[in-house]
Design a protein around this ligand. Sequence first.
Ligand code: PLP
Length: 394
Amino acid sequence: MAPPERFSNLPAYAFPRLRRLLADVTPGPDPVVMTIGEPRHAIPDFVAPTLARTVDQLAKYPSNDGTPELLAAISGWIGTRHGIDVAPDRITVLNGTREGLFNAALALCPEDKNGARPNVLIPNPFYQVYAVAAAAVGAQAVFVPATTDTGHLPDFAALDPATLDATAICYLCSPANPQGAVADRDYLETLVALADRHDFLIFADECYSEIWRDTPPPGTLAVAQGMGLADRVVMFNSLSKRSNLPGLRSGFAAGSADAIARFRVLRSYAGAPVPLPHQRVSEVAWADEDHVTENRALYQQKYAIADRVLGNVPGYLPPQGGFFLWLPVADGEAAARRLWAEAGVQVLPGAYLSRDVDGANPGKGYIRVALVGPAAETEDALIRLRDCLFQEGS
Ligand SMILES: Cc1ncc(COP(=O)(O)O)c(C=O)c1O
C-alpha cells in the first residue's frame, strides 16, 4: 500500500537536518547550544508542592476540555491580560499549543471553500506545525513572506482577492518565532477586517505573548472582540514560555462558543487530555503574575545584552518579543557550520524554518539564535558568535 501523498512533500524536521549538517564538524571549545526554543529559566516554586498535593489524581482520567477551576483561571487571565470577557465555554484546555494548532485545523477547516480546495495562509518563515496541519486537512498551503520588506510580519492584505476568497484559515504568530516581530493593534485590526471580508478564521499563535521588550503585545482575540468580530479568531497560548513549563504540556485555545464547541468534540475523541495534577498546577500558574514578571525581566536583560553585543551588526533586528534572534548572514547553513567549528556555538539555519517559494527561501540568509540560557552564558556565546561571523575580515 502506498503511503499518503499529502505528507510526501514535508521536509525533514529542523533538528534532524541540523544533526546531519553538523555531523562531521568538531565543535570549538566550551560548546553552547542555542538552537532549541526550550526555556532554561527556573520553574516556578509552586509547581512541586502542587504536584505533590494532587498526585493521587493520576488515578483518574482527566477532563478533556479542562476542569472548571482551570477554565475559570484561564478566563480570569484573559480578562486581566487582554481586558475582555471570555466565558469558560469559549475556552478549551490543550496539551500545549502545538497539538492545538494542529487539531484546530482538523476541527475547523472545511473540505472546500466556495467549491474549491481551501487555502491555509502561513507566514514564511514559520513554526512548522502550521504546514503539517494544512497538509493533514488536504488544504493548499500558501506561504506568505514575512521578511525585511514586510516588517517581518506577513502582509496578508497584499494577497490577491481570489486567494483570500479561497482562504479558510490564516496562521499568525505574534510575537513571531523566529523574527521577534510583534503585530500591533493596527496590523491586527486590518487582519481581522480582512478575515471578515473574505470569510476566513485567524489562528493566532500567541505562545510568546508574555515575553516582550517594552509593552505587552495586543491580543488578536481582544482586538477582534472589540470590533464585534470575535468569531473570526481562535487564540492559542500556553505555559511553556510564559511559566518555563514546556514539559507540563499545558495550554489553551479560546474563540467563539461555536468554534470551541466543535473543537471540543474532536478533542473528546482524539485529543490528548492534560493530566489532572498538571491541570491543577496550570490553575495556579495562570492566576500568578509574579513569576511571569521575574521571568520576563531575565529575557529583557538578555535583549539588552544582544543589543549591546550585536547592535552594530548590519541588519541586526532587536527582538520586540519572544526569545530568538534572527540574524542576517550570507548563508545560514555555512554560518551554522562555521560557528560550531570555530566558536563552539550551535545555531539553527533559517532555511530550516522557511519554505522555498518559486525557488527562493526567505530564511536562507539567516540564523536563529535562542536566548534561553543564563545571561552570562548568553553574553559569552554572543560575543563569540559576533567575533566569528561579523568581525572585520571574518
Ligand atoms: C511559534 C510556536 N508556536 C507553538 C509552539 C508550541 O509550544 P507548546 O506546544 O509548548 O505550547 C512553539 C514551541 O516552540 C512555538 O515556537
